[in-house]
Design a protein around this ligand. Structure first.
Ligand code: KIV
Ligand code: ZN
Length: 385
C-alpha cells in the first residue's frame, strides 16, 4: 500500500507564530517526540535566521535519530552553506531551498523576472547538490502562480537535482477542488515530474489548510507539510494531528498506509502547547479538551451503549485513557447512573429520582458541574444534610 510522508514544520513555520520563540532544548524535546510519533521529516529551523536557530537545528540533527532532518534556506549561497553546516550530521539531512514564484511576489517583493527567478532557483539547487542529493525546492506562493511557469520552474530544478518539489499555498488562498486541480495540472505539465516527489504546504487563513492538503493527496501529492496543533504564521499551517487522524480514520477512503504512531499525538500536542504558550480552543479537532467529550443526554446514552454511535475515533488511538461524559444540564439519567456506578454509590429508585432533580436544578444554574458538586449532592440525598 502506498503512503504519504509526513513532513513536520512545527520547529520552523510553527515557530514563526507571532510571539513564539523556542530555545534549542525545547526544540530538541519536541523533535524527539515527533520522532517517537514516527513522522518522516522534521524541519528543524532556518539556520541563517539567527545563531539560536542554527544551534537548535544542529542539536536536533545531531541527536534525533530515525527521521530525516531538514533545514530551510533561501536561494542564496550563504543560506545554503549555513543550512548545511547546521544539518550535516543528521542521519539523513535535507536542504530545503525556496524562492517565490507568483507575479505579485516577483513584482513587489523580489523585483525579478520569471527567468531571473528560474535561474536563481537552478543555481541554488546546483549549489546545494554539492552537499547532498536530498534537496527540496519550494515555489513560495505557488497557489497564486500560473501553472505554465510553475511547470517550467519545477522541470528546471528537477533537472539539476531537486528530489522533492513543494507546492505551498503560502497565504491560504486556495479552495480544495482548485488546489487539487493545481496538483493535477503541475503533474501533467512537468515532463520530468516522475523523478521527484510532490509535496504540499498549506496555510490556514480561510480554515482550509487540512482540506486543501487532503485534496492534494487525492491528486497525487505524496508528502504533506504540517505543524502540531496547526501553529504557524498568521492562522497557522495544516494541523499534523488532523491530517494523520483523517488518513487513519478514513483508511477505507484514502487506502494509504499510515506508519505514524497515533498514540503519541496527545502528548505531542500538550508538549507543543506548553512550550509555545499557544493554548488550544476547547473544540479543536482531535486534541481540544472537548474532542472526546459528550454532554447531551441522547449522546451519552448512545456512547454508554456503544461508543461508535457518537465517536468516529477512540480516545485511546491518540493516547488518551478514555473519552469524557460531561455532566451538565443536557445530561440524562444514563450518564448519572454511569457516574454512580464508577463512584460506587447505590441509590434506590426514589432517591435516584430526587437526586436527579437536584442535579438538574444545579446544572441549570451552574455552567461547570464538577465531580465534587455531584458527590456533595449525593451526600445530601443520602444523608439528608
Ligand atoms: O508558506 C510557505 O510558502 C513557506 C515556504 C518557505 C515553504 O513556508
Ligand atoms: Zn509556510
Amino acid at each position: 500500500m502506498a503512503g504519504v510522508k509526513i513532513f513536520d514544520t512545527t520547529l520552523r513555520d510553527g515557530e514563526q507564530s507571532p510571539g513564539v520563540t523556542l530555545i534549542p532544548e525545547e526544540k530538541l524535546a519536541i523533535a524527539k517526540q515527533l520522532a517517537k510519533m514516527k513522522v518522516n521529516v522534521i524541519e528543524a529551523g532556518f539556520p541563517i535566521s539567527s545563531d539560536g536557530d542554527f544551534n537548535a537545528v544542529k542539536m536536533v540533527a545531531e541527536n534525533v535519530k530515525g527521521v530525516e532532518v531538514a533545514a530551510l534556506a533561501r536561494c542564496r549561497k550563504s543560506d545554503i552553506d549555513r543550512a548545511w553546516e547546521a544539518v550535516q550530521h543528521a542521519e539523513n539531512p535535507r536542504i530545503h531551498v525556496f524562492i517565490a514564484s507568483s507575479p505579485i511576489h516577483l513584482e513587489y517583493k523580489l523585483q525579478m523576472s520569471e527567468d531571473e527567478v528560474l535561474n536563481n532557483a537552478v543555481e541554488a539547487v546546483k549549489y546545494a547538490a554539492q552537499y547532498t542529493d536530498n534537496i527540496e525546492f519550494s515555489a513560495e506562493d505557488a497557489s497564486r502562480t500560473g501553472t505554465d511557469f510553475l511547470a517550467r520552474l519545477f522541470k528546471a530544478v528537477i533537472d539539476v537535482g531537486a528530489k522533492v518539489i513543494n507546492i505551498p499555498d503560502t497565504v491560504g488562498y486556495a479552495v480544495p477542488s482548485e488546489f487539487g486541480q493545481l496538483i493535477k495540472d503541475v503533474k501533467e505539465k512537468t515532463p520530468n515530474i516522475d523523478q521527484a516527489e510532490i509535496s504540499v504546504h498549506c496555510h490556514n487563513d480561510l480554515g482550509l489548510a487540512v482540506a486543501n492538503s487532503l485534496a492534494a493527496i487525492e491528486n497525487g501529492a505524496s508528502q504533506v507539510e504540517v505543524s502540531v496543533n496547526g501553529i504557524g504564521e498568521r492562522a497557522g499551517n495544516a494541523a499534523l494531528e488532523e491530517i494523520v487522524m483523517a488518513l487513519y480514520t478514513r483508511q477505507d477512503y484514502y487506502n494509504l498506509d499510515i506508519t505514524q504512531d497515533t498514540t503519541q499525538i496527545a502528548r505531542l500536542s500538550k508538549l507543543v502547547a506548553n512550550s509555545t504558550g499557544i493554548t488550544l480552543q476547547a473544540n479543536k479537532a482531535i486534541v481540544g479538551a472537548n474532542a472526546f467529550a459528550h454532554e447531551a443526554g441522547i449522546h451519552q446514552d448512545g456512547v454508554i451503549k456503544e461508543r461508535t454511535t457518537y465517536e468516529i475515533m477512540d480516545a485511546k488511538t491518540i493516547g488518551l485513557d478514555h473519552n469524557k461524559l460531561v455532566l451538565g444540564k443536557h445530561s440524562g439519567r444514563h450518564a448519572l447512573k454511569d457516574f454512580l456506578e464508577k463512584y460506587d454509590y447505590e441509590l434506590d429508585q426514589e432517591s435516584f429520582e430526587s437526586f436527579f432533580k437536584r442535579f438538574k436544578d444545579l446544572a441549570d444554574k451552574k455552567k461547570n458541574v464538577s465531580n465534587a458538586d455531584i458527590i456533595a449532592l449525593l451526600d445530601n440525598e443520602l444523608y439528608d444534610y
